[in-house]
Design a protein. Structure first.
Length: 114
């Protein structure tokens, strides 16, 4: 009978230890629930921020230049640059021609006057 009572005492000790561990598990579950609530609140805030960013992006996107727009602008700038250089070369030719004619006329007038 003492053996049974000894075993029963050991069983009660084991049950007490299991109860203590169960209490610790329940405490951990409560802490996890609190932390999960905080995560859910944070996720709600993040969802609101993402929604506002999405609205900003959709309102700005039509105004942004595409790669094709940038390439078209580059082509237009290059065309204007080549036109500018052509006009500059034409003006330079006329300037040199006019200077040569002016110098020749000045020399001719100087010969006649002297």
């Amino acid at each position: 009978m003492e053996d049974v009572l000894g075993r029963l005492g050991a069983m009660e000790t084991s049950v007490t230890a299991v109860n203590v561990r169960l209490g610790a598990v329940e405490t951990s579950i409560t802490e996890i629930k609190v932390r999960l609530g905080a995560v859910e609140l944070a996720m709600a805030e993040i969802k609101a921020q993402v929604a506002s960013l999405a609205s900003v992006i959709t309102s700005v996107m039509p105004h942004l230049a595409t790669k094709a727009d940038v390439n078209a602008l580059k082509a237009e700038i290059n065309e204007l640059r080549s036109e500018f250089y052509a006009r500059e070369a034409l003006q330079l030719k006329w300037l040199i021609g006019t200077l040569i004619a002016s110098v020749a006329l000045a020399c001719t007038i100087a010969k006649l006057v002297a």
